[in-house]
Design a protein around this ligand. Sequence first.
Ligand code: FAD
Length: 416
Amino acid sequence: PGSYDVVIVGGGSGGVAATASLLKRRPSLSVAIVEPADVHYYQPGFTLVGAGVFKPEVTKRSMASVIPDKAIWIKKSVAEFAPDSDEVVLDDGSRLRYRALVVSPGIKLDWEAIPGLVETLGKNGVTSNYRADLAPYTHYLAQTLRGGRALFTQPPIPIKCAGAPQKAMYLSCDAWRRAGALSNIEVEFHNAGPVLFGVPAYVPALMEYVKRYGIDLRLESKLVAVDGPGKIATFEEKDANGAIIRVERDFAMMHAVPPQRAPDFVAKSPLAAESGFIAVDPESLRHTRYGNVFALGDAIATTNAKTAAAARKQAPVVAINVLSVLDGKAPHVGYDGYGSCPLTVERGKIVLAEFGYGGKLLPSFPKWLIDGTRPSRAAWFLKERLLPPIYWSVMLKGQEWLCAPHMIEKGEQPAE
Ligand code: FAD
C-alpha cells in the first residue's frame, strides 16, 4: 500500500484546515488527503443563498483549488478503517498506510429517513438550505409566497449548525414582512427538541423574533413523513398525557431539515463510539483507543456545536498534537469546545451565539462591539463580509493566528 506520514480522511472544512495547518508547521511531511468530491462547499453560506444575499457560486470552489499544494489528493472514498494495522481501505479495495490518521468526513444527512421527502424536495413548495442546489429555491419561495401555511422543521440533535433551521425561518419571515405578506402567512416552527436553542443566554433574543413574526413555536414536534403533491406533512408530537400522537399539517411551503447521523462507514468502524460518531478525547481530539488517530469536525462524538467555526479551532489542535505523537510525545494542546452559530434573525442583524463545552459563553468580541445575546448589525457584517474570506484564506490555508489552541496543563495521555 501507499504509505504516508499522515492520511487525512475528508476534504471538507475540517480535513482541509487540518491538512493546511500540518503542512504549514512541517512542510516536509508526506500528507495524503482522501476525498471523492470535485467541489468543496462553504456550507455556512447556504443560509445567505437561501435569503438571496449570496449567489450560489460564492459557496463553492473546486476541490483541487482548496487542497494544499504539498498534499497528495487521492480522489477516492474511504470504505473501512483498519486502525490495528495503521491502514485505511479505499472503495476500490486498495489500502493506504499511515503513521498518523486524521478523520473528518462530516455528518450524514439522512433524507431517506423521512418517507416522501426526497421525491418532493425542490418542488411542491418543499425546500431545504441543507442542500446547496435547493437553497435558491428557499429564496424563490420567500419571494413568491403570499399566503397559506409555511412550515419549518428541525430534527433531533445532533445536527450540524443547530441554528440553521431557524435562520431560514427568520429570514423568510423578514422577506414576507418587507413584502407586506407576513400577516397572510401562518408560520409554524416544528422543532423535535425541547428548547428553541440549546444555550439559554440566546433564547430571549430569539423569542422576541418568534413573537415579532407571529411564529407558532411547536417544541417536541418531529417531522416523520411528507406527502409532497398533497402538501401535507406529518409530525409526531406528545398529547397531554405524554403519549405519542401523529399530527397532520397542510402547507403552502415547507423548509425541511433532515435527521443527521454519523456516516455509515464511521459508525460500523472500530473508531466509533456508541453514538456512531468517532470516539475522541474532547480536549486533545485524539482517539480514545488508538493513539495515532485524531478526528475533527462534525463526525466526532463530542458535545460542541457542530460548526465550521468549531473545525476552525479544532484544526490547529489536531495538527499540533499529531506532530507531537509523530515525534513520540504526548498531545499537549487542547480544544475548549468552541463553536459558533450566527443566528440571522432579520436581514442585516444577527444574534451571534459563541460557546464552548457545557454551554460556556466564549465571545470573540468585546460587548460594546458585539453583544452576542442581542441582535447586532456588526455581527451581520462579520457573517456577510468577513467570515467567507476568513474561511477561504485563513482557515483553509492553515493561518493559525485566529485560532490559538490552549495548552493542556494536566491529564495528558501517554504516548503509545
Ligand atoms: P464537511 O465540511 O461536510 O466535509 C466532509 C467531507 O468529507 C466532504 O467533502 C465529503 O465529500 C468527505 N467524505 C465523506 N465521506 C467520505 C469518505 N468515505 N471518504 C473520504 N471522504 C469522505 N458552520 C458555521 O460555523 N457557521 C454557520 O453559520 C454554519 N451554517 C450552516 C448552514 C447550513 C445550511 C449547513 C448545512 C451547515 C452550516 N454550518 C455552519 C456547518 C458547517 O458547514 C460544518 O460544521 C462543517 O462543514 C463541518 O466540517 P467537516 O469537515 O466535519 O465536514
